[in-house]
Design a protein around this ligand. Structure first.
Ligand SMILES: Cc1cc2nc3c(=O)[nH]c(=O)nc-3n(C[C@H](O)[C@H](O)[C@H](O)COP(=O)(O)O)c2cc1C
Length: 361
């Protein structure tokens, strides 16, 4: 197998093994709607085998930062329909990433509502961007059991909406310290009901959401992104290997499309309990298509695909800066360099749709 050859993800045909990783660009309007520039941005990148959209908030409660698109109103659905139509017309496939930020949010960005989480434990040391500048994270409000069930329903409805908006499937954002990750981790979940305590209980929320998503939109269309060796947003576990081994074993039993794993990204030498290579740590137990992510280049991606250690490789920053990344990989030519200053926010094409193609289209 080679990175640029066509492949299948279940029954979904992909033009190559390259995935555009989900990337928040903070360019939605105050109502969470995306416009023509977003349509163009995704259409430009439709030569990826699969695009995974930026995180889309599943409900008002899920919001945590400004200018994030939503997928919970008829207007959201209509605005994303433009994007999915454009991607399909250009021959691409696109999944919607479903996002609930939980405690990784701020009341300034939520009309004064305090963020919610499995437990009332604030993210220590880090700060969050708000409309009045960087702020420390607040202590969240603990979700009551009934609200957790409602949140699972919100995910389910968001998946139904995503399909109505023309997406080919959905991905649960289960990593990077957002809500499902907050349930998984000891450092953010001290609940004593069925959603806290044992590994089984801490995994329940993620697994219940995945089951609800499959029930909503059918088999083979639901993926999950996990970051088993990332300790960002105050996530820390004493035995992450047992936690993720259990979670992956249970995910293997479901009719899911794929498991999308992030490599560590940040130094973890101080935390020897975390695998430094998540393929080595979990590859053998994964029985679903694996999308591997974080820090991959043309060479390392080719290697991992050839060795059949993963079925697909996702690229974030490289796709952001190179709309024609597959062609550039094919020609083994130079790459545009991502501009950090324009990654998040901005009202025009700068750093969004103006990265040059090798051959202007
Ligand atoms: C600007 C930007 C926004 C991102 N937003 C998201 C997001 O909404 N959801 C998500 O799962 N990951 C997000 N990520 C992480 C990427 O999906 C990916 O995991 C990360 O960039 C590592 O891959 P790379 O080394 O190929 O860039 C974001 C990354 C960047 C650069």
């Amino acid at each position: 197998m080679n990175l640029l050859q066509p492949t299948y993800l279940g029954s979904i045909q992909l033009t190559n093994h390259m995935v555009m990783a989900p990337m928040t660009r903070s360019r939605a309007d105050a109502n969470g709607l995306v416009g023509p520039l977003t349509t163009l941005y995704y259409q430009q990148r439709a030569s990826a085998g699969l695009i995974i959209s930026e995180g889309l908030t599943i409900s008002k409660q899920a919001i945590g930062m400004p200018f994030i698109p939503g997928i919970y109103t008829p207007d959201h659905i209509a605005s994303w329909k433009n994007v999915t139509d454009a991607v399909h017309q250009a021959g691409g496939k696109i999944f919607a990433q479903l996002w609930h930020m939980g405690r990784a949010a701020h009341s300034q960005n939520k009309n004064g509502e305090i963020p919610v989480a499995p437990s009332a434990i604030a993210i220590p040391t880090q700060t969050i961007f708000t409309e009045i500048g960087q702020r420390p994270f607040e202590t969240p409000r603990e979700l009551i059991n009934q609200e957790i069930k409602q949140t699972i329903q919100d995910y389910k409805q968001a998946a139904i909406n995503a399909i109505e908006a023309g997406f080919d499937g959905v991905e649960l954002h289960g990593g990077f310290g957002y809500l499902p990750n907050q349930f998984l981790s000891e450092s953010s979940n001290t609940r004593t009901d069925e959603f806290g305590g044992s590994i089984e209980n801490r995994s329940r929320f993620t697994l219940d959401v995945m089951k609800a998503l499959i029930e909503a939109i059918g088999p083979g269309k639901v993926g999950i992104k996990l970051s088993p060796s990332i300790i960002y947003h105050g996530i820390l576990d004493s035995d992450p290997v047992s936690l993720y081994t259990y979670l992956i074993t249970e995910l293997n039993k479901l009719d899911i499309a794929y498991i999308h794993l992030m490599q560590p990204m940040f130094p973890i030498d101080e935390y020897p309990q975390y695998p430094k290579d998540v393929i080595e740590g979990y590859g053998k137990i994964i029985q679903k298509p694996l999308i591997i992510n974080a820090g991959y280049t043309r060479e390392t991606a080719e290697e991992v695909i050839k060795a059949e250690k993963a079925q697909l490789v996702s690229f974030g920053a490289l796709f952001l800066a190179n709309p024609d990344l597959p062609e550039r990989f094919h020609l083994n030519t130079e790459l545009n360099v991502p501009d950090r200053a324009t990654m998040y926010g901005g009202g025009d094409e700068k750093g969004y749709t103006d990265y040059p193609f090798l051959h202007q289209i």
